[in-house]
Design a protein. Structure first.
Lengths: 246, 257
């Protein structure tokens, strides 16, 4: 029964979050700050991960399908498909759930235990809206850009690895990434990313907002934020894939 | 004036407050006192609407807070200033930005007017020279002052102060107590102070409510409190060494053994 209690409370918090803001200008300013904190400051880890994951995918694909019957360009094709369909939107979102989700839960949780959220409420500020809405909007605006950068760097990482190790020529790799390209797959990936961004920000904020106790509980909320976001992302990934690809 | 009528609050199986009725007067420093865990902070949180009581009413100028619409409650809250035990300043904002925050949210003022008003509040609590610092760079006493400046920024009608002297040295405590008293007179606020500090009670308590085991045990002023024959209240007020000495002197003067 506890799960239904949490689901109900999560949706009530969302209702509160999306209610009318007191001062739009202040909310917009906070959204820009959050775009920097949650988006721009995640660029480094996303770039690093994407480049090396692309490189590894290329090498593994080649070593696993090393057959004279399979043409060389297939390596590029496989690297592109796995990157666009799954690696960039889903794995990067799971990584962001760890980085951004724990950050959101810890920040809001600390504000809760230090009575700063109570202070907002007593001032008459809609604390849920003021704290959570800018984070949700910032994540939903920034994560698609991060994922697009990830797609490019991952495919580029595969290219560099292919050339550097000599397992695939540049021409074959480029032919592979152009073969059978379906633009809708990018749309599908970006739809998933936006949904995952919403999940990361809202689930983590929920964990932080209802933190009770002290610093230990803030840590527990942070961990829960990551675990719960990941679980919800995986379920949503399955549902979205079934809805959008079949 | 704020009035509490038959207020009861429980958390799960634990009954924290039972049938509390009390009045808090305008222009006076009203104090809720009691031991740790007696329920005084919960009572204050019920009054400001952070907790919803199971039973009873909280009346602001005769209007029941918990029966108001959400917008009406927000409107009341914009007339409340509160200083929290840990000051509850926003870590990411400077002292000036903390004081400007409620004004930016609700006051229909220009940016320069908001800044000017924040400076006036900081000057009023004698901390104007620290306006560019962050809360982490301030001492506990300074944080309390900034908290008070933020609480009075919107010229509140109701001022709530939770444990104003916790973590402060006796001299700073007296300064904070004096400041609360002065502001109450200056703004004619209904001030409610939650404390277990007897120095503070004797300095500023004009209407004192003693909470014991979640019930109102006694109500009076600081002149009456020392002569009360309420056993639990006497145990509470004469628990400290200094107050025991006062008690001994009083007994000696009255010829009591």
């Amino acid at each position: 029964m506890t799960i239904f209690y949490h689901i109900g409370r999560y949706f009530l918090l969302l209702k509160e979050t999306f209610s009318r803001p007191e001062r739009l200008g202040l909310y917009w300013k906070r959204t820009l700050e959050e775009m920097d904190l949650l988006g721009v400051k995640s660029l480094g880890i996303v770039a690093l991960l994407s480049f090396f994951m692309g490189a590894v995918v290329t090498i593994q694909t080649k070593t696993n399908i090393d057959s004279p019957l399979i043409q060389a360009y297939i390596v590029g094709f496989a690297a592109r498909q796995s990157t666009i369909l799954e690696f960039s939107p889903t794995i990067i979102s799971l990584i962001l759930a760890g980085k951004v989700g724990s950050n959101i839960a810890a920040e809001i949780g600390s504000m809760r235990v230090k009575e700063q959220i109570d202070a907002l409420d007593i001032m008459g500020v809609n604390s849920a809206g003021y704290l959570i809405l800018p984070k949700i909007i910032a994540s939903m605006l920034m994560n698609p850009f991060l994922v697009m950068i990830s797609m490019f760097l991952s495919i580029f990482g595969g290219y560099v690895a292919g050339i550097a190790t000599g397992i695939v020529s540049g021409v074959d790799y480029i032919q592979g990434i152009q073969t059978g390209f379906v633009p809708y797959h990018v749309t599908y990936a970006l739809i998933k990313t936006v949904v995952f961004a919403f999940i990361i920000a809202s689930v983590s904020a929920y964990q932080g907002y209802y933190t009770r106790g002290g610093t230990r509980e803030v840590g527990i909320s942070s961990t829960r934020a990551v675990v719960h976001s990941n679980v919800v992302i995986l379920i949503a990934n399955y549902a979205l894939t079934q809805m959008l690809l079949i | 004036m704020i009035e509490v009528k038959d207020l009861s609050k429980r958390f799960g199986e634990v009954q924290v407050l039972t049938d509390i009725s009390a009045q808090f007067y305008k222009g006076k420093v009203n104090q809720i006192i009691g031991k740790s865990g007696s329920g005084k902070s919960v009572l204050a949180k019920c009054i400001v609407g952070l907790h919803k009581p199971e039973k009873g009413q909280v009346l602001y100028e005769g209007h029941s807070f918990h029966e108001m619409t959400r917008d009406e409650q927000r409107e009341i809250r914009q007339r409340i200033g509160m200083l929290f035990q840990g000051s509850a300043l926003f870590d990411s904002l400077t002292v000036l930005q903390n004081v400007m925050f409620p004004l930016q949210m609700f006051a229909q003022l220009s940016k320069s007017e908001i800044e000017e008003r924040a400076h006036v509040c900081l000057k009023r609590v004698n901390i104007l020279d620290k306006d560019g610092l962050y809360p982490a760079e301030l001492s506990g006493g300074m944080q309390k002052r900034v908290g008070i400046a933020r609480a009075i920024a919107m010229t509140p009608e109701y001022l709530f102060v939770d444990e104003p002297n916790s973590g402060l040295d006796p001299q700073t405590s007296i300064l904070i107590d004096d400041l609360i008293k002065e502001l109450t007179e200056e703004f004619n606020t209904t001030t409610i102070v939650i404390t277990h500090d007897m120095n503070s009670v004797m300095e500023t308590g004009e209407n004192i409510i003693f909470i014991h085991k979640g019930r109102k045990w006694w109500q009076g002023d600081r002149d009456q409190i020392l002569n009360s024959d309420n056993k639990e209240l006497n145990e509470f007020i004469f628990a400290g060494g200094l107050m025991r000495m006062v008690k001994r002197n009083m007994d000696r003067e009255a010829g009591r053994p």
